[in-house]
Design a protein around this ligand. Structure first.
Ligand SMILES: N[C@@H](CCC(=O)N[C@@H](CS)C(=O)NCC(=O)O)C(=O)O
Length: 279
């Protein structure tokens, strides 16, 4: 693990690292904010999964989350949205596939299957690394995310309810098997067999009768990706049909950006703190 930079804020420490990921067989970047409480006792960890094009920096620079993580005594971890600079064909050709667009899945199609294993990275490898090297409580984790990362947070938490205590999302892609972002990504990473896609779709997971786990979702109604890509109505409908617990808050006037995230980040950190500080 190599430290790239370190900054003090809200009496805690924000650090950016690079390391060689075993599951991705690639160099990966991540960031960790340790709140002031972590100097005297281990703290819980809240993982943030970012959206298309982001690195580990966007959330840490733009969300304003550290102020509330410091207040609640919670560590924050963000990571890059894919491996980069691998020389794979088409890797950097578009913003919604390849670099910056890992979709939090384990690719099964060559050549992506050798390096695009973001599901294992987020669920297994990164928490293992964080819990080995930093003053955090082993296994006491929650996850949240934005857009593609909202999709990642919801699907990974629903499938790993023993590993994450709570989940929330800003502007998540709720049904990627039904829109152009998801169809492009899943065809490229998983191939044409659509039965393999369902495990990476929140609406499909709820349809399949996954165990109930409360979902908190915030969505801006002036979001430029709302109707074509995010489709919150599909999540509302499936949760209603299957009696899956969902709190969906829709906000007039807010767009897709980190301005929206920063407006509601305090609520999300308090929400997760309620779970992470339970015994
Ligand atoms: N039109 C955008 C699409 C990507 C986008 O909007 N990404 C969102 C997540 S889906 C984001 O968080 N961007 C980085 C930022 O705002 O800092 C682009 O081409 O970069």
């Amino acid at each position: 693990m190599q430290l790239s930079s370190q900054h003090t804020l809200h009496d805690g420490q924000l650090s950016f690292y690079r390391h060689e990921s075993t599951v991705n067989q690639a160099s990966m970047g991540f960031a960790i904010y340790l709140p002031p409480q972590s100097t005297s006792k281990p703290v819980p960890v809240l993982y943030f999964l970012s959206g298309l094009t982001c690195t580990e920096e966007n959330f840490m620079i733009k969300s304003g989350a550290q102020r509330f993580a410091a207040k609640h005594g919670i560590a924050l971890v963000s990571m890059d949205t894919s491996p980069r600079n691998l020389g794979l064909p088409g890797e950097d050709d578009s913003y919604d596939f390849g670099s910056g667009a890992g979709f939090y899945l384990n690719a099964s199609k060559e050549p992506w299957s050798r390096h695009y294993r973001m599901e294992d990275y987020v669920v297994k490898e990164l928490p293992g690394l964080i819990e080995e090297h930093f003053p955090v409580q082993p296994g006491n984790r929650s996850v949240f995310g934005h857009s593609m990362g909202g999709h990642g947070a919801l699907t990974l938490a629903l499938k790993n309810q023993d590993k994450f205590r709570s989940v929330s999302a800003f502007s998540p892609i709720t049904a990627p098997t039904q829109n152009e972002w998801g169809i492009k990504a899943f065809t490229g990473y998983l191939g044409d067999d659509r039965t393999l896609w369902r495990q990476y779709d929140t609406v499909e997971l709820i349809k399949s009768g996954v165990a109930p786990m409360p979902l908190l979702v915030d969505q801006g109604l002036a979001d430029e990706f709302l109707t074509e890509y995010l489709q919150p109505e599909k999540l509302l409908e499936v949760c209603e049909q299957h009696k899956h617990p969902l709190t969906m808050r829709q906000h007039a006037g807010y767009d897709h950006s980190y301005y929206f995230i920063s407006s509601f980040i305090e609520d999300h950190i308090s929400y997760h703190a309620g779970y992470l500080h339970q015994d």
